[in-house]
Design a protein around this ligand. Structure first.
Ligand SMILES: C[C@@]1(CC(=O)O)c2cc3[nH]c(cc4nc(cc5[nH]c(cc(n2)[C@H]1CCC(=O)O)[C@@](C)(CC(=O)O)[C@@H]5CCC(=O)O)C(CC(=O)O)=C4CCC(=O)O)c(CCC(=O)O)c3CC(=O)O
Ligand SMILES: NC(=O)C1=CN([C@@H]2O[C@H](COP(=O)(O)OP(=O)(O)OC[C@H]3O[C@@H](n4cnc5c(N)ncnc54)[C@H](O)[C@@H]3O)[C@@H](O)[C@H]2O)C=CC1
Length: 191
């Protein structure tokens, strides 16, 4: 792997996608908690023969369907995004292969070579969201950077975004003129 991070970040509308989590233990709880922290209305189905109590608690508060059974290849049907977290390597590998065959994006938790995408550290301030990746090199650094930015980014950044959104709607003229006015108004932010 080269020295640059070539991952392309996108911001998914997981409230209108079907997410599947396979496994219901500690790792599933960790991934699910971060998913819901960022996207409380994510549509999630979770499949595992044994499901932790803390996951059941989350399921009661969010849109999560729990299915108590072992994984079957048919389970990925209709799913957009899959995260495998079981303690059985052969099951995680099966999930990965099923998803590849089906062109479904898959993440085998903590197993970079079986991931189409990585989960990142995420900072949210109202409408502003920042996703952080270290290219899989140091998740702990991603976590620390997340905590750092949560501290230093002012909470009123959202007010600025709201105000500019209002102003943006009032500007008349062509696209170039609009861009010019918005750039001028926000110049001081970077100086
Ligand atoms: C590649 C990636 C794939 C993926 O899982 O998506 C991956 C891989 C691995 N993680 C491991 C361990 C840990 N992961 C964390 C924490 C997080 N890990 C997350 C993402 C990612 N982890 C993806 C890369 C992200 C990037 O590009 O930077 C975060 C950001 C997001 C999330 O998980 O939701 C979340 C912080 C969220 C937050 O706090 O904001 C901690 C720290 C802690 O818990 O305090 C530890 C223990 C310390 C350590 O080991 O470093 C191991 C070794 C497992 C083993 O030992 O067996 C591997 C495997 C390997 O590195 O080979
Ligand atoms: N606990 C942790 O923080 C870490 C765990 N790991 C590794 O990650 C893996 C998972 O760890 P935990 O979540 O702690 O394990 P866990 O034992 O808490 O959970 C495993 C889950 O997988 C489910 N499962 C087993 N077979 C299944 C099948 N055929 N279909 C569907 N679900 C199935 C179980 O029912 C259970 O819900 C382990 O291999 C562990 O070594 C790696 C790094 C850290």
């Amino acid at each position: 792997m080269s020295g640059v991070n070539e991952l392309y970040p996108i911001f998914l509308k997981v409230h209108q996608l079907n997410v599947l989590i396979v496994g219901g233990g500690n790792v599933a709880l960790e991934k699910l908690s971060f998913l819901l922290k960022s996207s409380p209305n994510a549509q999630v189905q979770l499949i595992a023969p044994i499901i932790k109590e803390e996951i059941r608690d989350l399921a009661r508060k969010h849109t999560i369907e729990l299915i108590e059974k072992t994984y079957d290849s048919d389970d990925i049907r209709g799913k957009d995004l899959v995260i495998a977290t079981t303690d059985k390597e052969e099951v995680n590998l099966q999930v990965y292969q099923d998803c590849r065959v089906n062109n479904t994006l898959v993440n085998v938790a903590d197993t970079p070579h079986y991931c189409d995408f990585y989960l990142g550290g995420i900072v949210t301030k109202g409408h502003v969201k920042i996703a952080i990746s270290t290219n899989g090199k140091s998740p702990t650094t991603a976590k620390r950077l997340r905590q750092f930015f949560e501290e230093v980014i002012p909470d009123d950044i959202n007010q600025l975004v709201e105000n500019l959104n209002q102003y943006r709607k009032t500007i008349k003229g062509n696209f170039e003129k609009k861009v010019g006015q918005l750039n001028k108004l926000t110049e001081t932010l970077i100086n």
